[in-house]
Design a protein around this ligand. Sequence first.
Ligand code: URA
Length: 164
Amino acid sequence: IGEGPGFHEDKQGEPFVGKAGQLLTKIIETMGLSRADVYIANILKCRPDTPGESAGNRKPTPDEMATCIPYLHEQIDLIQPKVLVALGGTAVAGLLGKTVGIMKLRGTWKTYREIPLMPTYHPAYLLRNQALSEKRHVWEDMLQVMEKLALPITEKQRRFFAKA
Ligand code: URA
């Protein structure tokens, strides 16, 4: 679950098809899955407007997220996912309300609509911050998700992004 559509998502009507989406695809594939195995959604169903600007992204407001959340609830109820992953602090705030920051929250299981929820960093953050430590954090969170789903984990997967 991400925040909301950006430029490319708005054009194509698909979530996570831009740069952040390509990284998300890589993360999913590194888990041994494909995009077809997971359901990718956003809290916001339309792109946040940026009045006075022709392009650009902004964070959705709490009010906008609250307006769209019933749609996400329908999606969750239909799909009945075994696990939810919240991508980034804004998505977490949209789901759980304002709690502690994503830096503290990531890697700790929460529950949303009785489904285990793993908060992690947004892939766009990983594109901005190329530090190995941040990639490792997201990967550790994904290893927890794989464990929860009882997916096989190879030694190689365990060691990804680990310090030498
Ligand atoms: N960022 C998001 O949060 N969602 C998308 O669909 C694309 C980028």
